[in-house]
Design a protein around this ligand. Sequence first.
Ligand code: FDA
Length: 345
Amino acid sequence: MYDIAIIGAGASGLMTASLLKNNKIVLIDSNKKVGEKIKISGGAKCNITNKYLNENYYLGDKNLIKKTFSQFDQTDLLEYTNKNGLYPSINEKIVKGTYFCNSSSDVITMFSKLTSHVKKYMNTTVSDVEYKDNRFYIYTNNQTIIANKLIIASGGLSYTSLGASDIGYMIAKKFGHTIVPTSPALVGFTVQSDQAWFKKLSGLSLDVKIDVGHKKISGKMLFAHKGCSGPAILSSSLYWKKGQLSIDFLPTKKSYIPKRVRQEIKDKDIDYKDYKFSPASNFGYTKAEVTRGGVNTDEINENFESRLQSGLYFIGEVLDVTGELGGYNFQWAFSSAFVCAKNIQ
Ligand code: FDA
């Protein structure tokens, strides 16, 4: 019998567990090891946060996001990691303001030390949760775990190979929550036959500015075998629903366009400054970095507790809050975890 059970030993689950020192805590995860997504993140260097953090880089409830960051922002996160021997540094090669670690294994080592007081059930997949006699009964492939409070930190649907599942949404629904429809985000676009020329340029990249759903995203676009990708496209996918987006291939006077791309644009008589096209779809959850949509934040309070079931909390990516590329999603996971932990004791 535990005070608090946390489903998910990923970014948000580890952060909450590290902060809850005075409770009997259990972390449950289907993976063999904690922080599997952290490990592969940012090209194994974990892009942990962003200097320019603010709510405008997110889709979701701006008030909740702002309020959460007012309690734990990028400066607080860096202070926290520095205090624990981890020193991320700015590296703006791909996206402005991004902080990377020397190695993402260092993040996992830090959290492993900080959660040594916590009981961990790894290789343990949660299949259902019930609330009876004022307690949560967590059913898994191994044993039933009982706790007074339950934190759902089970993330989204991307990368099932790293443990992703829909358990968070399933539990939310069971307790009467609504789920804002989910879809893959921070992912490349597949294209229609009119853009078949993208394939010919596969591997080439250039700086662009993309106009998508009232947002303007600057950065590199990469032509790919099945469509297009690269940082600017990934962030654009967060705001694209259906229909057209527009690409500016000459965002600045000094923009460099590779010769073969220039030739294609010329041959096709394309407007350099305003190339409109409608993606066919995207590369799906196997390639997406995150899941857009999730547990409706109208039904949780500012401390991340369910308004429908006391003692039940949702943090991190399982919520309907999704950030652009550039460390924004880890920061959300850590900030929501911090606020939840601070208020749960
Ligand atoms: P997270 O996904 O970290 O953890 C959820 C945990 O729940 C998992 O360990 C999973 O195994 C467990 N779980 C799920 N279902 C379960 C079940 N039924 N039973 C038991 N356990 C279960 N972001 C960023 O800011 N900077 C970056 O550099 C990157 N890079 C990156 C690369 C790649 C390839 C991906 C896929 C994603 C990123 N991200 C990122 C996104 C970032 O990894 C993500 O937003 C956070 O990890 C979300 O943290 P959570 O704690 O919410 O979920």
